[in-house]
Design a protein around this ligand. Structure first.
Ligand SMILES: [Zn+2]
Length: 252
C-alpha cells in the first residue's frame, strides 16, 4: 500500500511492548489516527525526538493489512511548541484542547479546519498570546466546526429575531439563544449582552481568519466563559476530564 504523508499533531503516546510506541495523532488530511512507531523507544533516527504530545510533525505512515492502526515510517518535528512544556497551566490548557478535538472528531473523521484551529491555538498559548481569549476562541470555534455552533439569530422558543440590542439568554438544551420574554436569566440560562453575542458571532464565523483576540470587554469575556462552559457540558454529555483542572487556576 502507498505511504501516506501528512502534517499532524501528536495527541498522545503510550508504550507498547518492549520498544514500540502507540501514537494517537490528529492529521491534516485524515483526522484522528492511531499508529505504531516500531522501535521508537530505542534510539531511532526515523523518529528523532519528534513523538512528544502536542508536537506538530510531518509524518509518513503506511496502512497495515488488517486493523485500524497504521504503521509510522518516519516523523519529522516541525514545531514542538516548547512554551507549553515549560508551564503546567499551559499544559493543562493544551490537554483540554486535545481532549476536545478527540471528542468532537473521533477516529477517521477528517477536518482540515479543526487541524488548523488546533495548531493555531497551541501556537498561541505556547507563545503566551492572550491565553484566556485563545482558550475561549478555541472552544467556540471547535464546537462550531464539530457541528455544535450556538444559534444566535433568533429565540428558539418564540422565534423572535435577535437584532443585536438588549440581553439574550443562552438555553443549553436547544443550543440557541432565547429572549427575556420566554425565559429568566439564571445559572442554567446565562445571559449575554449585545457585545458578547457579537463577539461569539465573530468567533464562530468560519469566514473570519482565526484570531486569539475577542475584541470585547472583560465582562463579555466572563459571559462567554459561562455560556461556552454550559454549552460544552451539555453537548459533549460529560464534563471533559481535563476541564475540571482549568477553573481553579488563575492564569496571570
Ligand atoms: Zn422568545
Amino acid at each position: 500500500m502507498e505511504p501516506k504523508k501528512t502534517e499532524a499533531i501528536i495527541l498522545r503516546t503510550r508504550d507498547l511492548g518492549e520498544s514500540d510506541l502507540l501514537v494517537t495523532f490528529f492529521s491534516s488530511l485524515y483526522g484522528n489516527l492511531k499508529g505504531v512507531a516500531k522501535g521508537a523507544r530505542r534510539s531511532s533516527k526515523r523518529f528523532a525526538n519528534s513523538l512528544s504530545t502536542f508536537s506538530l510533525v510531518d509524518l509518513q505512515s503506511r496502512e497495515r493489512r488488517s486493523g485500524d492502526l497504521v504503521l509510522l515510517e518516519s516523523c519529522e518535528l516541525l514545531d514542538g511548541f516548547p512554551g507549553i512544556r515549560s508551564d503546567y497551566n499551559l499544559l493543562l490548557r493544551a490537554s483540554y484542547m486535545v481532549e476536545m478535538t478527540e471528542t468532537l472528531f473521533p477516529s477517521n473523521v477528517p477536518s482540515f479546519e479543526m487541524f488548523q484551529l488546533l495548531r493555531f491555538a497551541l501556537e498561541a498559548i505556547s507563545k503566551r498570546q492572550n491565553v484566556d481569549e485563545s482558550m475561549i476562541s478555541f472552544q467556540a470555534r471547535a464546537m462550531k466546526i464539530g457541528g455544535f455552533g450556538i444559534n444566535l439569530s433568533r429565540c428558539s422558543r418564540c422565534g423572535r429575531q435577535y437584532k443585536g440590542e438588549g440581553r439574550a439568554l443562552f438555553h443549553p438544551p436547544s443550543g440557541s439563544i432565547v429572549c427575556l420574554a420566554c425565559e429568566k436569566e439564571s445559572v442554567m440560562t446565562p445571559g449575554m449582552g449585545p457585545d458578547t453575542v457579537s463577539a461569539l458571532h465573530r468567533v464562530q464565523s468560519s469566514e473570519r481568519p482565526l484570531s486569539n483576540r475577542l475584541e470585547c470587554s472583560d465582562n463579555a469575556v466572563s459571559e462567554l466563559k459561562a455560556v461556552l462552559t454550559s454549552h460544552i457540558e451539555h453537548c459533549l454529555g460529560k464534563k471533559l476530564k481535563s476541564a475540571k483542572y482549568l477553573h481553579p487556576i488563575r492564569f496571570q
